[in-house]
Write a protein that binds this ligand. Structure first.
Ligand SMILES: *Cc1c(COP(=O)(O)O)cnc(C)c1O
Length: 378
Protein backbone atom coordinates (compact mmCIF):
# COMPACT_ATOMS: atom_id res chain seq x y z
CA UNK A 1 0.00 0.00 0.00
CA UNK A 2 1.29 3.44 -0.87
CA UNK A 3 -1.37 6.07 -0.14
CA UNK A 4 -1.35 6.66 3.59
CA UNK A 5 -4.58 6.88 5.50
CA UNK A 6 -3.23 9.49 7.87
CA UNK A 7 -5.93 12.15 7.86
CA UNK A 8 -9.35 11.78 9.43
CA UNK A 9 -12.45 11.83 7.25
CA UNK A 10 -14.60 14.94 7.87
CA UNK A 11 -18.01 13.45 8.81
CA UNK A 12 -19.88 16.47 7.45
CA UNK A 13 -19.02 15.35 3.90
CA UNK A 14 -21.66 12.62 4.32
CA UNK A 15 -25.39 13.30 4.77
CA UNK A 16 -25.99 13.94 8.47
CA UNK A 17 -29.09 11.70 8.47
CA UNK A 18 -26.96 8.74 7.35
CA UNK A 19 -24.37 8.97 10.12
CA UNK A 20 -26.12 6.34 12.24
CA UNK A 21 -27.62 4.40 9.30
CA UNK A 22 -26.59 0.76 9.41
CA UNK A 23 -27.99 -0.32 6.02
CA UNK A 24 -29.64 -3.65 5.31
CA UNK A 25 -28.55 -6.48 7.54
CA UNK A 26 -28.15 -9.46 5.22
CA UNK A 27 -27.53 -13.09 6.10
CA UNK A 28 -23.94 -12.53 5.03
CA UNK A 29 -23.30 -9.46 7.13
CA UNK A 30 -25.29 -10.30 10.26
CA UNK A 31 -23.94 -13.68 11.38
CA UNK A 32 -22.64 -13.58 14.92
CA UNK A 33 -22.40 -15.83 17.95
CA UNK A 34 -20.29 -18.42 16.07
CA UNK A 35 -19.35 -20.92 18.77
CA UNK A 36 -19.33 -24.14 16.72
CA UNK A 37 -18.42 -24.58 13.05
CA UNK A 38 -21.50 -24.21 10.86
CA UNK A 39 -22.73 -27.53 9.42
CA UNK A 40 -25.87 -26.25 7.73
CA UNK A 41 -26.32 -22.78 6.29
CA UNK A 42 -30.04 -22.24 6.77
CA UNK A 43 -30.08 -18.49 7.28
CA UNK A 44 -30.71 -17.06 3.79
CA UNK A 45 -33.56 -19.07 2.23
CA UNK A 46 -31.40 -20.22 -0.66
CA UNK A 47 -32.45 -23.19 -2.82
CA UNK A 48 -31.45 -26.46 -1.16
CA UNK A 49 -30.39 -28.24 -4.39
CA UNK A 50 -28.55 -26.88 -7.44
CA UNK A 51 -30.31 -25.76 -10.56
CA UNK A 52 -30.04 -28.07 -13.59
CA UNK A 53 -28.14 -25.27 -15.35
CA UNK A 54 -25.70 -25.02 -12.46
CA UNK A 55 -24.78 -28.63 -11.62
CA UNK A 56 -21.70 -27.59 -9.63
CA UNK A 57 -23.86 -25.30 -7.47
CA UNK A 58 -21.50 -22.44 -8.26
CA UNK A 59 -24.22 -19.85 -7.76
CA UNK A 60 -26.67 -21.63 -5.44
CA UNK A 61 -25.88 -19.33 -2.52
CA UNK A 62 -25.82 -15.56 -2.19
CA UNK A 63 -22.38 -14.11 -2.94
CA UNK A 64 -20.06 -12.16 -0.68
CA UNK A 65 -21.16 -8.51 -0.75
CA UNK A 66 -17.54 -7.51 -1.44
CA UNK A 67 -15.74 -10.61 -2.77
CA UNK A 68 -12.45 -10.69 -0.81
CA UNK A 69 -10.30 -12.17 -3.61
CA UNK A 70 -11.52 -9.51 -6.01
CA UNK A 71 -10.97 -6.71 -3.51
CA UNK A 72 -7.44 -7.87 -2.90
CA UNK A 73 -6.65 -8.17 -6.59
CA UNK A 74 -8.07 -4.69 -7.25
CA UNK A 75 -6.17 -3.24 -4.29
CA UNK A 76 -2.95 -4.61 -5.78
CA UNK A 77 -3.85 -3.29 -9.22
CA UNK A 78 -4.52 0.24 -7.98
CA UNK A 79 -1.86 0.11 -5.26
CA UNK A 80 -4.19 0.93 -2.37
CA UNK A 81 -5.24 -0.72 0.88
CA UNK A 82 -8.36 -2.95 0.43
CA UNK A 83 -10.10 -0.74 3.03
CA UNK A 84 -9.83 2.17 0.58
CA UNK A 85 -11.80 0.38 -2.11
CA UNK A 86 -15.42 -0.49 -2.88
CA UNK A 87 -16.48 -2.78 -5.75
CA UNK A 88 -19.76 -1.87 -7.45
CA UNK A 89 -21.90 -2.75 -10.45
CA UNK A 90 -19.82 -0.65 -12.77
CA UNK A 91 -18.72 2.84 -11.85
CA UNK A 92 -22.24 3.87 -12.86
CA UNK A 93 -23.45 2.41 -9.57
CA UNK A 94 -20.64 4.17 -7.71
CA UNK A 95 -21.80 7.55 -9.07
CA UNK A 96 -25.29 6.82 -7.76
CA UNK A 97 -23.98 5.72 -4.34
CA UNK A 98 -21.85 8.86 -4.01
CA UNK A 99 -24.78 11.14 -4.78
CA UNK A 100 -27.10 9.31 -2.41
CA UNK A 101 -24.52 9.28 0.37
CA UNK A 102 -23.80 13.00 0.16
CA UNK A 103 -26.97 14.73 -1.06
CA UNK A 104 -30.42 15.14 0.47
CA UNK A 105 -33.17 14.90 -2.15
CA UNK A 106 -34.82 18.21 -2.93
CA UNK A 107 -32.14 20.21 -1.13
CA UNK A 108 -28.59 19.56 -2.21
CA UNK A 109 -26.50 20.21 -5.30
CA UNK A 110 -23.68 18.65 -7.28
CA UNK A 111 -21.33 20.45 -9.66
CA UNK A 112 -20.08 19.11 -12.99
CA UNK A 113 -18.22 20.62 -15.92
CA UNK A 114 -19.67 20.08 -19.40
CA UNK A 115 -19.21 18.60 -21.90
CA UNK A 116 -19.04 15.60 -19.61
CA UNK A 117 -20.32 12.11 -18.86
CA UNK A 118 -24.12 12.00 -18.67
CA UNK A 119 -24.55 9.75 -15.64
CA UNK A 120 -23.72 12.42 -13.04
CA UNK A 121 -26.76 14.47 -14.07
CA UNK A 122 -28.95 11.38 -14.55
CA UNK A 123 -28.22 10.03 -11.06
CA UNK A 124 -28.62 13.49 -9.55
CA UNK A 125 -31.97 13.99 -11.23
CA UNK A 126 -33.26 10.59 -10.14
CA UNK A 127 -32.30 11.44 -6.57
CA UNK A 128 -33.90 14.90 -6.70
CA UNK A 129 -30.57 16.72 -6.61
CA UNK A 130 -29.76 19.92 -8.53
CA UNK A 131 -26.90 19.98 -11.03
CA UNK A 132 -24.86 23.14 -11.47
CA UNK A 133 -22.86 22.98 -14.66
CA UNK A 134 -19.65 24.91 -15.21
CA UNK A 135 -18.86 24.80 -18.95
CA UNK A 136 -15.30 23.95 -19.90
CA UNK A 137 -13.29 26.40 -21.97
CA UNK A 138 -12.13 25.47 -25.43
CA UNK A 139 -8.50 26.27 -26.16
CA UNK A 140 -6.01 25.34 -28.86
CA UNK A 141 -5.17 22.31 -26.74
CA UNK A 142 -8.79 21.15 -26.49
CA UNK A 143 -11.33 21.50 -23.69
CA UNK A 144 -10.02 22.68 -20.32
CA UNK A 145 -11.83 22.69 -16.99
CA UNK A 146 -12.12 26.20 -15.54
CA UNK A 147 -10.86 25.54 -12.03
CA UNK A 148 -11.60 29.05 -10.73
CA UNK A 149 -15.19 28.94 -11.97
CA UNK A 150 -15.68 25.41 -10.61
CA UNK A 151 -14.37 26.41 -7.17
CA UNK A 152 -16.54 29.53 -7.18
CA UNK A 153 -19.71 27.57 -8.04
CA UNK A 154 -19.00 24.89 -5.45
CA UNK A 155 -18.62 27.58 -2.81
CA UNK A 156 -21.60 29.63 -3.98
CA UNK A 157 -23.99 26.65 -4.04
CA UNK A 158 -22.57 24.74 -1.07
CA UNK A 159 -22.39 21.73 -3.40
CA UNK A 160 -21.97 18.33 -1.77
CA UNK A 161 -20.06 16.62 -4.58
CA UNK A 162 -17.98 17.73 -7.54
CA UNK A 163 -17.71 15.34 -10.50
CA UNK A 164 -14.82 15.74 -12.93
CA UNK A 165 -13.62 13.29 -15.56
CA UNK A 166 -9.95 12.85 -16.46
CA UNK A 167 -9.38 11.90 -19.23
CA UNK A 168 -12.69 13.54 -20.07
CA UNK A 169 -15.58 11.86 -21.81
CA UNK A 170 -16.33 13.14 -24.40
CA UNK A 171 -13.52 15.70 -24.42
CA UNK A 172 -10.61 13.26 -24.06
CA UNK A 173 -8.59 15.90 -22.22
CA UNK A 174 -6.80 15.64 -18.89
CA UNK A 175 -7.05 17.60 -15.68
CA UNK A 176 -3.47 18.76 -15.16
CA UNK A 177 -1.58 17.95 -11.93
CA UNK A 178 -1.59 21.64 -10.99
CA UNK A 179 -5.33 21.97 -11.63
CA UNK A 180 -5.99 18.94 -9.45
CA UNK A 181 -3.73 20.19 -6.68
CA UNK A 182 -5.36 23.60 -6.84
CA UNK A 183 -8.88 22.13 -6.59
CA UNK A 184 -7.97 19.86 -3.70
CA UNK A 185 -6.30 22.67 -1.77
CA UNK A 186 -9.30 24.94 -2.24
CA UNK A 187 -12.18 22.47 -1.90
CA UNK A 188 -10.79 19.33 -0.33
CA UNK A 189 -12.59 19.60 2.99
CA UNK A 190 -15.85 21.24 1.84
CA UNK A 191 -17.03 18.92 -0.88
CA UNK A 192 -16.40 15.41 -2.13
CA UNK A 193 -14.04 15.83 -5.10
CA UNK A 194 -14.77 12.90 -7.41
CA UNK A 195 -12.32 12.27 -10.24
CA UNK A 196 -13.70 9.75 -12.72
CA UNK A 197 -10.70 7.96 -14.24
CA UNK A 198 -12.58 5.50 -16.47
CA UNK A 199 -9.94 6.03 -19.22
CA UNK A 200 -6.80 6.62 -17.18
CA UNK A 201 -4.96 3.58 -18.59
CA UNK A 202 -4.93 5.17 -22.06
CA UNK A 203 -3.39 8.42 -20.82
CA UNK A 204 -0.20 7.12 -19.20
CA UNK A 205 -0.41 9.55 -16.26
CA UNK A 206 -0.61 8.94 -12.50
CA UNK A 207 -3.93 8.48 -10.76
CA UNK A 208 -5.28 11.42 -8.76
CA UNK A 209 -5.53 9.01 -5.83
CA UNK A 210 -1.86 9.63 -5.01
CA UNK A 211 -3.17 12.72 -3.15
CA UNK A 212 -5.56 10.71 -0.95
CA UNK A 213 -3.22 10.75 2.04
CA UNK A 214 -3.60 14.52 2.40
CA UNK A 215 -7.12 15.03 1.02
CA UNK A 216 -9.72 12.80 2.67
CA UNK A 217 -12.51 14.19 0.47
CA UNK A 218 -10.87 12.87 -2.70
CA UNK A 219 -12.69 10.04 -4.46
CA UNK A 220 -11.42 8.29 -7.59
CA UNK A 221 -13.55 6.09 -9.85
CA UNK A 222 -11.99 3.28 -11.86
CA UNK A 223 -13.57 0.57 -13.97
CA UNK A 224 -12.79 -2.74 -15.67
CA UNK A 225 -15.15 -1.78 -18.54
CA UNK A 226 -12.75 0.07 -20.81
CA UNK A 227 -9.02 -0.82 -20.74
CA UNK A 228 -9.73 -4.25 -19.23
CA UNK A 229 -12.40 -5.01 -21.85
CA UNK A 230 -14.94 -6.40 -19.35
CA UNK A 231 -17.87 -4.02 -19.84
CA UNK A 232 -20.54 -6.70 -19.49
CA UNK A 233 -19.08 -7.98 -16.21
CA UNK A 234 -20.08 -4.63 -14.63
CA UNK A 235 -17.15 -4.14 -12.27
CA UNK A 236 -16.47 -0.60 -11.11
CA UNK A 237 -14.24 0.54 -8.30
CA UNK A 238 -14.40 3.47 -5.92
CA UNK A 239 -11.15 4.52 -4.24
CA UNK A 240 -11.71 6.70 -1.18
CA UNK A 241 -11.04 7.17 2.51
CA UNK A 242 -11.94 3.94 4.42
CA UNK A 243 -14.54 5.87 6.40
CA UNK A 244 -16.36 6.89 3.23
CA UNK A 245 -16.01 3.36 1.82
CA UNK A 246 -17.85 2.04 4.91
CA UNK A 247 -20.65 4.56 4.38
CA UNK A 248 -20.98 3.68 0.68
CA UNK A 249 -21.11 -0.05 1.51
CA UNK A 250 -24.07 0.62 3.81
CA UNK A 251 -25.87 2.58 1.07
CA UNK A 252 -25.23 -0.14 -1.52
CA UNK A 253 -27.65 -3.00 -2.30
CA UNK A 254 -26.98 -6.18 -0.27
CA UNK A 255 -25.31 -8.42 -2.89
CA UNK A 256 -24.22 -6.09 -5.69
CA UNK A 257 -21.55 -8.23 -7.34
CA UNK A 258 -22.67 -11.37 -9.18
CA UNK A 259 -20.34 -14.24 -8.39
CA UNK A 260 -19.60 -15.26 -12.02
CA UNK A 261 -18.62 -11.65 -12.70
CA UNK A 262 -16.39 -11.53 -9.63
CA UNK A 263 -14.64 -14.77 -10.63
CA UNK A 264 -14.12 -13.56 -14.17
CA UNK A 265 -12.69 -10.28 -12.89
CA UNK A 266 -10.24 -12.11 -10.60
CA UNK A 267 -9.01 -14.11 -13.61
CA UNK A 268 -8.68 -10.88 -15.58
CA UNK A 269 -6.38 -9.54 -12.87
CA UNK A 270 -3.93 -12.44 -12.99
CA UNK A 271 -0.37 -11.46 -14.00
CA UNK A 272 -0.77 -12.99 -17.47
CA UNK A 273 -4.09 -11.32 -18.12
CA UNK A 274 -2.75 -7.97 -16.92
CA UNK A 275 0.23 -8.26 -19.24
CA UNK A 276 -2.16 -8.95 -22.11
CA UNK A 277 -4.26 -5.94 -21.07
CA UNK A 278 -1.20 -3.69 -21.10
CA UNK A 279 -0.37 -4.88 -24.62
CA UNK A 280 -3.95 -4.21 -25.79
CA UNK A 281 -3.86 -0.73 -24.26
CA UNK A 282 -0.59 -0.01 -26.10
CA UNK A 283 -2.17 -1.19 -29.34
CA UNK A 284 -5.23 0.97 -28.71
CA UNK A 285 -3.01 4.01 -28.21
CA UNK A 286 -1.23 3.27 -31.53
CA UNK A 287 -4.55 2.88 -33.30
CA UNK A 288 -5.86 6.08 -31.71
CA UNK A 289 -2.91 7.94 -33.20
CA UNK A 290 -3.62 6.33 -36.55
CA UNK A 291 -7.30 7.32 -36.35
CA UNK A 292 -6.36 10.89 -35.42
CA UNK A 293 -4.01 11.01 -38.41
CA UNK A 294 -6.47 9.66 -40.93
CA UNK A 295 -9.44 11.75 -39.76
CA UNK A 296 -7.26 14.86 -39.63
CA UNK A 297 -6.35 14.32 -43.29
CA UNK A 298 -9.94 14.26 -44.54
CA UNK A 299 -11.71 17.33 -45.93
CA UNK A 300 -14.36 18.94 -43.76
CA UNK A 301 -13.18 17.24 -40.55
CA UNK A 302 -11.23 18.64 -37.63
CA UNK A 303 -10.02 16.39 -34.82
CA UNK A 304 -10.46 17.75 -31.31
CA UNK A 305 -6.92 18.05 -29.87
CA UNK A 306 -5.87 16.37 -26.65
CA UNK A 307 -7.34 12.90 -27.25
CA UNK A 308 -6.01 10.89 -24.28
CA UNK A 309 -8.64 8.14 -24.02
CA UNK A 310 -9.70 5.35 -26.38
CA UNK A 311 -11.82 7.54 -28.62
CA UNK A 312 -11.44 10.46 -30.99
CA UNK A 313 -13.80 13.41 -31.32
CA UNK A 314 -14.09 15.02 -34.69
CA UNK A 315 -15.79 18.28 -35.62
CA UNK A 316 -17.53 18.11 -38.99
CA UNK A 317 -18.38 20.77 -41.52
CA UNK A 318 -21.37 18.59 -42.40
CA UNK A 319 -22.09 16.24 -39.48
CA UNK A 320 -25.18 14.77 -41.18
CA UNK A 321 -23.12 13.69 -44.16
CA UNK A 322 -20.48 12.11 -41.94
CA UNK A 323 -23.06 10.32 -39.81
CA UNK A 324 -24.93 9.11 -42.90
CA UNK A 325 -21.74 7.81 -44.51
CA UNK A 326 -20.79 5.88 -41.41
CA UNK A 327 -24.32 4.62 -40.93
CA UNK A 328 -24.51 3.36 -44.52
CA UNK A 329 -21.25 1.51 -43.96
CA UNK A 330 -22.57 -0.13 -40.82
CA UNK A 331 -20.25 1.82 -38.52
CA UNK A 332 -21.97 2.99 -35.32
CA UNK A 333 -20.50 6.10 -33.72
CA UNK A 334 -21.70 8.53 -31.07
CA UNK A 335 -23.46 11.69 -32.20
CA UNK A 336 -22.33 14.39 -29.74
CA UNK A 337 -24.35 17.26 -31.17
CA UNK A 338 -26.52 17.62 -28.09
CA UNK A 339 -23.52 18.34 -25.87
CA UNK A 340 -22.87 22.01 -25.20
CA UNK A 341 -19.92 23.22 -27.27
CA UNK A 342 -19.98 20.14 -29.52
CA UNK A 343 -22.87 20.91 -31.86
CA UNK A 344 -20.90 19.66 -34.90
CA UNK A 345 -19.10 16.71 -33.31
CA UNK A 346 -19.01 12.94 -33.53
CA UNK A 347 -17.17 10.57 -31.19
CA UNK A 348 -15.50 7.50 -32.65
CA UNK A 349 -14.19 4.75 -30.36
CA UNK A 350 -10.80 3.29 -31.19
CA UNK A 351 -11.76 -0.14 -32.44
CA UNK A 352 -9.48 -2.87 -33.67
CA UNK A 353 -7.44 -2.16 -36.82
CA UNK A 354 -10.05 -3.69 -39.15
CA UNK A 355 -12.77 -1.49 -37.71
CA UNK A 356 -10.64 1.61 -38.25
CA UNK A 357 -10.22 0.47 -41.85
CA UNK A 358 -14.02 0.56 -42.13
CA UNK A 359 -14.10 4.15 -40.83
CA UNK A 360 -11.41 5.09 -43.32
CA UNK A 361 -13.23 3.44 -46.22
CA UNK A 362 -16.53 5.09 -45.29
CA UNK A 363 -15.07 8.59 -45.10
CA UNK A 364 -12.24 8.40 -47.61
CA UNK A 365 -13.91 10.27 -50.45
CA UNK A 366 -15.98 12.48 -48.21
CA UNK A 367 -16.45 15.84 -49.81
CA UNK A 368 -18.67 18.10 -47.76
CA UNK A 369 -19.53 20.17 -50.82
CA UNK A 370 -20.69 17.36 -53.05
CA UNK A 371 -22.04 14.47 -51.06
CA UNK A 372 -25.51 14.21 -49.66
CA UNK A 373 -26.84 17.56 -50.84
CA UNK A 374 -30.28 16.42 -49.66
CA UNK A 375 -29.20 16.46 -46.02
CA UNK A 376 -27.34 19.74 -46.03
CA UNK A 377 -30.08 21.79 -44.45
CA UNK A 378 -31.74 19.19 -42.34
C1 LIG B 1 -17.79 4.38 -19.50
C2 LIG B 1 -17.73 5.37 -18.39
C3 LIG B 1 -18.11 5.02 -17.09
C4 LIG B 1 -18.91 3.77 -16.84
O1 LIG B 1 -18.18 2.75 -16.41
P1 LIG B 1 -18.88 1.41 -15.89
O2 LIG B 1 -17.88 0.93 -14.92
O3 LIG B 1 -19.03 0.54 -17.09
O4 LIG B 1 -20.20 1.73 -15.26
C5 LIG B 1 -17.91 5.91 -16.07
N1 LIG B 1 -17.42 7.13 -16.30
C6 LIG B 1 -17.08 7.51 -17.54
C7 LIG B 1 -16.53 8.87 -17.76
C8 LIG B 1 -17.24 6.66 -18.62
O5 LIG B 1 -16.97 7.07 -19.85
Amino acid sequence: MTAEIAVAFPPELVRADLHDFAGYSSARTSRSRATAPVRAWLNANEGAQPNLADPEAAVRRYPEPQPPALREALARLYDVDPAQLLVSRGSDEAIDLLIRATCRPGQDTIVQSSPTFGMYAVCARLHGVAVVDVPQQETDAGFVIDVDAVAAQVQRTGARALFLTSPGNPTGSLLSPTQLQDLLERLGTEVLVVIDEAYLEFAAVDSAFRHAGRHPGLVVLRTLSKAHALAAARIGVTLAHPELIRVLARVQAPYPIAQPAAELAVRALSPDALEHTRARVAQTIDQRDRLVGLLGGLPGLRVLPGARANFVVVRCLDPDAVLDRLEESGVAVRDLRRHPGLSDAVRISVGHPGEIDLVEAALRDLDPDHHHPEVRNR
